[in-house]
Design a protein around this ligand. Sequence first.
Ligand code: SF4
Length: 75
Amino acid sequence: PLYTWIDKETCIACGVCGATAPEVFDYDDEGVAYSILDDNKGEMIVPEELEEDVLDAHESCPTESVKVIKRDFNQ
Ligand code: SF4
Protein backbone atom coordinates (compact mmCIF):
# COMPACT_ATOMS: atom_id res chain seq x y z
CA PRO A 1 0.00 0.00 0.00
CA LEU A 2 0.95 3.61 -0.60
CA TYR A 3 1.09 6.31 2.03
CA THR A 4 1.64 9.98 1.41
CA TRP A 5 2.27 13.20 3.27
CA ILE A 6 3.62 16.62 2.48
CA ASP A 7 6.83 17.96 3.98
CA LYS A 8 5.40 21.36 4.89
CA GLU A 9 8.88 22.68 5.74
CA THR A 10 10.00 22.45 2.13
CA CYS A 11 6.71 23.04 0.30
CA ILE A 12 6.83 26.35 -1.60
CA ALA A 13 3.06 26.55 -2.10
CA CYS A 14 3.31 26.24 -5.87
CA GLY A 15 -0.10 24.62 -6.28
CA VAL A 16 0.94 21.67 -8.41
CA CYS A 17 0.04 18.76 -6.14
CA GLY A 18 -3.52 19.92 -5.48
CA ALA A 19 -4.05 20.36 -9.20
CA THR A 20 -2.63 16.92 -9.89
CA ALA A 21 -4.34 15.06 -7.06
CA PRO A 22 -7.22 17.25 -5.85
CA GLU A 23 -8.80 14.41 -3.91
CA VAL A 24 -5.66 13.95 -1.86
CA PHE A 25 -3.95 17.33 -1.44
CA ASP A 26 -5.28 20.70 -0.39
CA TYR A 27 -3.68 23.87 0.95
CA ASP A 28 -3.68 25.61 4.30
CA ASP A 29 -4.28 29.34 4.77
CA GLU A 30 -0.75 30.08 3.60
CA GLY A 31 -1.03 27.91 0.53
CA VAL A 32 1.15 25.18 1.97
CA ALA A 33 -0.04 21.77 0.90
CA TYR A 34 -1.13 18.88 3.11
CA SER A 35 -2.80 15.53 2.66
CA ILE A 36 -6.52 15.69 3.30
CA LEU A 37 -6.70 11.90 3.63
CA ASP A 38 -5.57 11.96 7.25
CA ASP A 39 -4.62 15.56 8.05
CA ASN A 40 -1.11 14.98 6.70
CA LYS A 41 -0.26 12.20 9.12
CA GLY A 42 0.71 9.77 6.40
CA GLU A 43 -1.13 6.97 8.19
CA MET A 44 -3.99 6.24 5.83
CA ILE A 45 -3.58 3.97 2.86
CA VAL A 46 -4.07 5.93 -0.34
CA PRO A 47 -7.17 4.56 -2.06
CA GLU A 48 -6.08 2.50 -5.03
CA GLU A 49 -7.91 4.67 -7.54
CA LEU A 50 -5.93 7.69 -6.33
CA GLU A 51 -2.49 6.08 -6.34
CA GLU A 52 -1.66 7.25 -9.85
CA ASP A 53 -2.55 10.86 -9.03
CA VAL A 54 -0.39 10.74 -5.91
CA LEU A 55 2.56 9.33 -7.84
CA ASP A 56 2.12 12.05 -10.49
CA ALA A 57 2.13 14.72 -7.79
CA HIS A 58 5.19 13.11 -6.22
CA GLU A 59 7.03 13.32 -9.54
CA SER A 60 5.80 16.83 -10.33
CA CYS A 61 6.57 18.58 -7.05
CA PRO A 62 9.47 20.98 -7.70
CA THR A 63 10.81 20.63 -4.16
CA GLU A 64 10.26 16.90 -3.65
CA SER A 65 7.89 17.68 -0.81
CA VAL A 66 5.23 15.17 -1.84
CA LYS A 67 6.44 12.16 0.10
CA VAL A 68 5.34 8.71 -0.98
CA ILE A 69 6.23 5.50 0.69
CA LYS A 70 4.99 1.96 0.39
CA ARG A 71 4.67 1.20 4.06
CA ASP A 72 3.43 2.87 7.22
CA PHE A 73 6.37 5.12 8.09
CA ASN A 74 4.85 6.04 11.45
CA GLN A 75 5.54 2.59 12.76
FE1 SF4 B 1 4.12 22.26 -2.19
FE2 SF4 B 1 5.21 20.49 -3.84
FE3 SF4 B 1 2.56 20.67 -3.61
FE4 SF4 B 1 3.97 22.60 -4.83
S1 SF4 B 1 3.73 20.46 -5.51
S2 SF4 B 1 2.28 22.89 -3.35
S3 SF4 B 1 5.83 22.61 -3.57
S4 SF4 B 1 4.02 20.04 -2.00
